[in-house]
Design a protein around this ligand. Structure first.
Ligand code: ATP
Ligand code: MG
Length: 203
């Protein structure tokens, strides 16, 4: 499951857990993006902070792990590179790429989208506020195996990282939207605090 994870929240974790159960996956690998090309318009927290929050959030689940593949790649993150790297690291594994309805909708704007379907099966999950619909992909999917893209229903959690950042910036709680350790990490690292509100403490 790829994502910016700025920060990782319970919507991500529930989706991953549900897909793992439904497809009987051995492992879910969370892959925080390096420099996300679709988010170049806004400031994204340092990759290392996003990576560590993802580790904290997934540490207690024996089937969850986190990959540094995108964080350590020096160029912009493209899913096709992520999948090629994961194949190299897990030879012979059957890969499933988990995405929310919003991300799946923009799949055709991704680089080398046709190759993506050769590298992995795609699983789209519902997300409140977005239509889970692949009708617009029908033409492109013609001739592809039926299981190239599967839609599944997961418990709907209306949580987004954007809203978590907004809440943290305004001093509102993010408890129970993100795992406890992530609440504490955000606070410890002063993530999402507007620049002028940050203390002048020396390190
Ligand atoms: P942002 O608001 O910064 O875009 P986000 O909440 O969308 O953050 P991302 O890191 O962009 O989180 O998403 C990673 C993946 O998780 C995407 O495929 C996205 O569709 C999916 N996802 C995010 N939130 C949910 C949710 N609440 N339910 C289901 N899928 C989700
Ligand atoms: Mg998003």
């Amino acid at each position: 499951m790829g994502g910016t994870f700025d920060p990782i929240h319970h919507g991500h974790l529930v989706a991953a857990s549900e897909v793992a159960h439904r497809f009987d996956l051995d492992e879910v690998i969370f892959v925080p993006t390096g420099q996300p090309w679709q988010k170049s318009g806004r400031r994204v927290s340092p990759a290392e902070d996003r990576y560590l929050m993802t580790v904290i959030a997934t540490a207690s689940n024996p089937r969850f792990s986190v990959s540094r593949a995108d964080v350590d790649r020096s160029k912009m993150t493209y899913t096709v590179d992520t999948l090629r790297d994961l194949h190299a690291q897990h030879p012979g594994a059957e890969l499933y790429f988990i995405t929310g309805a919003d991300a799946l909708a923009s799949i055709l704007t991704w680089q080398d989208w046709a190759e993506l379907f050769e590298l992995a099966k795609f699983v789209g999950v519902n997300r409140p506020g977005y239509e889970l619909n692949i009708d617009h992909l029908a033409d492109h999917l013609r001739g592809m195996p039926d299981d190239a893209v599967t839609m599944i229903e997961v418990p709907a959690l209306a949580i987004s990282s954007s809203e978590c950042r907004r809440r943290a910036a305004e001093g509102r709680p993010v408890w129970y939207l993100v795992p406890d350790g992530v609440v504490q990490y955000i606070s410890k690292r002063h993530l999402y605090v507007p620049a002028q509100a940050e203390g002048n403490g020396s390190v």
